[in-house]
Design a protein around this ligand. Structure first.
Ligand code: BGC
Length: 920
């Protein structure tokens, strides 16, 4: 009998395990960091089949997921009971934990979806069900919008910034509120308040896209903002990218000259009834304290014109003007993909300087992007002027010539009611210094606080080593990224530009993907890259495309080699970092179109030597160059090289996506383009038509030379570097690759020499000159402390920061295996050098945190690494002998090891390891 019960209970357990899946969880395995489309619990989802991602946590080594089970339901209760599921994946045998595509019932507008996952591992553990995560669908379809676009109904002078309109409406709600959503967008920028409280912490909404093709709207959960009874909503509009200054030469009204608002507030009562408050003809409008607002020029604010409590129901708007309704497009409305811009951090100034020119200047100690919060007490009508600069000049005076036409000023007029605080609304500045004029009374450090803003990206990487200058370089790179990731990847954040320059974006993209999780940010921007492409595949210089062609005969300001290639390089780099095949698939036509453009330009001989190109922008050059030291690379050398590279990337994408015919086509095309390259630009003895570092770097990085000419080309590159006394001379196009090429072709020592070089041109020269961000030019400030020409001298341009990629991948040694992207299989290959005694880096990959570091103690190398669960790694220990590595044996996560020439290669499962050996 006992035996029978035993058998029965075993059978029951088996039944539960297999059929009901009710196996009890093991303490050694859990899941964490559940995300939907790269976000934690997003609302306003636009993907009909969102992708789900989780991490495995285990304190065991060598852990791989063997199966997963996901379920999704419309409520937490349904999920818990396992009934009425929208999707039950069942137990799927798979090690996939990244980009798992929702495969349940079709999703509807507004639908909330709760989900959870449980996983099994290769050690017989199971995690049990995870905590709940959710996503909520957006409106999805244009006809879900019953609101009408509204605009202020007064004359405006569109030749310069106009007072910001304030739009409002009071309304009554009758009943207890269960939930409420605000869906909102605008022409121009908007900030909404309900009952006196700002809605959400997002800034610069609705963000910047190619507005006429794609306009984002935001979804806010405003349940807590509303009350049974009287309520009010008020919205401020600003010129922003829509109609403010954009690009140089006083260009305005890029997308239109009128501001407009579209808003739908949807309330669900506890009794199940619903109600909508929408923009329509019943709204009222007026102007108020914002006299002028402009992204480049800043804001003029007169607090005396404030309308206290204007977003509260008690406000009397009987003398406000009626709005005008407008039948504007709603078909272009989309849910946002990328993260919103937010206030990320506050910075206290470090000192107040009185300059030789008798200016009062706050120093924040860090070149940053955002604005300051002003705290002031004084008489009504007193006006304070703040101006923003990145640097002081040689004499120590405030310097703003490099801002070009951007006024970068804030002007605040006091209302005189005690302590007043002010922050601007629709502008941002790139600055370290703030000049204050007209301040009533004594200034203290307390009067200004720096507010850092940027796209709210998750920090996903760090690098550190024993050289403090290199650490400062890493800090400058990360600050450069923070300052230039403001809804679109910009070239710079301060002068009259701040545009989505495509060349800068592609050059920095691999570094960017280490430092911050940029997957959603780039996915959003790449959608505009594709939409702004010409019918002939041409890619604009800037995206969103908002500048006029340089040559009035051209249709588009575009087609520059190394810039337009963002269309192929960025999707590919993002695919590598996140394993995002869907992105590659979506961008695939755009990638092909760009290659088709080049093919057409090149014609039958496949030699592309036409058109305008920026070339190896800002390479090392000298004035009145009679000696020929300026490192000029022939632009048509570069066109040919990037033609090959983009073709190669499309070829690789075709392979990943299983497009066989394309694969054959682009393989063939690549051959032809390479042959043409060699014919046009390589002598039989292997010299290149341009004898610059960039030329050699690009030819080697893109595998353009026949095998037998590669090593000598690398040696020539080294000779060239020696000729410049171990200095770098590359511009935007060569810089991202130079150290990779040197390391790959047996000259890591030279790469380190370039990294450690402290005199101009080099990465550390600006650091020695006190830089806290990456400069646009190698010599933005010259050794004698004078400046480069003001018309092109930004101190916050990330392109040269592309060296960050080499710090992570080579110095610390965290690299991607192209065959298993998204760090599913990780290559760890640290390469000590440069007199460093230690280096370490971490990166938060889609599967979890990777760490790699080394310490060198008298030739004894200690390598420590962490490989997240559900991934594996190949560790390559440089200059090692199998027998010299302490306690190296298989088992406990170590699968295999072998001697590979001078190195030892070790195959590892997840876990933390350390290896020690005499490097020799
Ligand atoms: C921008 C760039 C850009 C370049 C084109 C500049 O004005 O700041 O970084 O790539 O123009 O060469």
């Amino acid at each position: 009998m006992k035996k029978l019960t035993h058998i029965l209970s075993l059978l029951l357990a088996l039944f539960q395990f297999t059929v009901l899946g009710q196996s009890s969880k093991s303490p050694n395995l859990s899941t964490a960091n559940l995300r939907t489309e790269y976000k934690t619990n997003p609302i306003g989802m636009g993907e009909m089949q969102p992708r789900l991602n989780w991490e495995l946590l285990s304190n065991h080594k060598d852990v791989m997921q063997s199966a997963y089970h996901i379920r999704v339901a419309a409520s937490g209760a349904d999920l818990k009971s396992g009934k009425k599921l929208l999707w039950d994946s069942g137990k799927i045998t798979s090690d996939q934990s990244n980009q798992v595509v929702y495969g349940g019932q079709p999703l509807k507008p507004r639908q909330r979806c709760y989900w959870q996952v449980r996983v099994w591992d290769n050690k017989g553990n199971n995690s049990g069900w995870s905590e709940l995560a959710f996503w909520e669908m957006g409106l999805l379809l244009p006809n879900e919008w019953s609101a009408t676009w509204i605009s202020p109904n007064w004359e405006e002078d569109s030749t310069h910034s106009q007072p910001s309109p304030m739009l409002r409406k009071s309304f009554r709600l009758n009943g207890e509120i269960k939930s409420a959503r605000l869906y909102a967008t605008s022409h121009g920028l908007y900030r909404a308040e309900i009952n006196g409280k700002k809605v959400g912490d997002e800034l610069f909404t609705p963000g910047w896209t190619s507005y006429h093709k794609r306009l984002q709207y935001q979804t806010f959960d405003v349940t807590q903002f509303l009350q049974n009874g009287e309520n009010a909503i008020g919205v401020l509009l600003g010129d922003g990218w829509w109609r403010g200054n954009l690009g140089w030469g006083g260009n305005r009204n890029t997308y239109g000259s009128k501001l407009a608002l579209l808003m739908q507030l949807e309330i669900t009562y506890k009794n199940g009834k619903t109600q909508r408050i929408m923009t329509d003809g019943s709204w009222k409008a007026e102007t108020g304290p914002i006299i002028e607002s402009d992204i480049y020029n800043g804001e003029i604010y007169n607090a005396q014109f404030e309308k206290p409590n204007w977003t509260k129901p008690s406000f009397d708007d009987h003398d406000w003007r009626p709005v005008k309704t407008a039948s504007l497009d709603k078909a272009n409305l989309v849910e946002p993909i990328g993260p919103p811009v937010k206030k990320i951090q506050e910075i206290k100034p470090i000192k107040i300087i009185h300059t030789p020119a008798d200016e009062t200047v706050f120093d924040f100690g860090q070149n940053m992007v955002g604005w300051v919060r002003l705290k002031v007490k004084g008489n009504a009508g007193t006006t304070i002027k703040l101006q923003h600069a990145e640097v002081l000049d040689k004499a120590g005076n405030f310097y703003i010539e490099n801002m070009r036409a951007a006024l970068t000023r804030l002007q605040y007029t006091l209302k005189g009611t005690g302590e007043e605080t002010y922050e601007p609304h629709f502008t941002f500045m790139g600055f370290r210094y703030v000049k204050v004029e007209g301040f009533p009374g004594e200034l203290t450090l307390d009067n200004l606080t720096g507010i850092v803003i940027h796209s709210d990206l998750e920090k996903s990487g760090g690098f550190e080593c024993s050289n403090p200058l290199v650490n400062q370089l890493q800090s400058n790179i990360q600050w450069g990224q923070k300052g230039n990731f403001l809804d679109v990847p910009t070239d710079c954040p301060q002068r009259d530009e701040r545009l989505g320059w495509t060349g800068d974006a592609q050059a920095f993209s691999r570094t960017a993907n280490f430092n911050y999780d940029c997957a959603a940010f780039y996915t959003k921007w790449l959608a505009d890259v594709a939409l702004d492409q010409g019918d002939n595949g041409n890619v604009p210089f800037v995206v969103p495309n908002c500048i006029k062609p340089f040559d009035p005969r051209s249709k588009m300001a575009g087609g520059s080699t190394g810039w337009a290639d963002v269309a192929t390089i960025l999707p590919w780099n993002t695919y590598l970092a996140f394993g995002d095949k869907r992105l590659l698939e979506r961008q695939y036509e755009s990638m092909k179109a760009w290659v088709a453009f080049m093919e057409k330009e090149a014609g039958d001989d496949h030699v592309w030597d036409t058109g305008f190109h920026f070339g190896d922008w800002l390479f090392y050059s000298v004035n009145n160059d009679n000696s020929g030291v300026s490192a000029i690379t022939d632009k048509y050398f570069l066109t040919q090289a990037f033609f090959a590279h983009s073709t190669d990337l499309v070829r690789r994408a075709a392979e990943v996506l299983g497009k066989k015919e394309d694969l054959a086509y682009y393989t063939e095309l690549l051959k032809k383009v390479k042959t043409a390259f060699n014919h046009e630009h390589v002598t039989p003895s292997g010299r290149l038509s341009s004898s610059t570092q960039t030329a050699y770097v690009i030819a080697l990085q893109f595998d353009l030379l026949p095998e037998n000419l590669r090593q000598q080309a690398a040696n020539r590159l080294v000779e060239n570097i020696r000729r410049y006394d171990n200095h770098i001379t590359t511009g935007f196009l060569g810089t991202p690759y130079i150290n990779h090429v040197l390391s790959r072709f047996g000259h890591p020592d030279v790469a380190y020499e370039l990294l450690m070089q402290e005199s101009y041109p080099s990465w550390l020269y600006p650091v020695k000159m006190g830089a806290t961000t990456i400069w646009e030019r190698w010599d933005g400030i010259k050794p004698d402390s004078t400046f480069e020409e003001a018309s092109m001298n930004s101190f916050n341009h990330y392109a040269y920061g592309a060296i960050g990629d080499w710090l992570y991948r080579t110095v610390a040694g965290i690299d991607i295996d192209e065959q298993q992207p998204g760090y599913k299989h990780i290559i760890i290959k640290p390469q000590p050098g440069g007199k460093l005694t230690y280096a370490k880096a971490w990166h938060e990959s889609p599967c979890g945190k990777i760490e790699s570091g080394w310490k060198l103690d008298n030739k004894l190398l200690n390598v420590t690494l962490t490989i997240p669960a559900n991934t594996s790694a190949t560790l390559i220990l440089p200059k090692a002998k199998v027998e010299g590595i302490k306690e190296l044996k298989t088992g406990n996560g170590i699968h295999r090891f072998s001697q590979k020439g001078e190195d030892v290669e070790i195959e590892l499962g997840s876990g933390t390891y350390s290896f020690q050996y005499p490097m020799g």
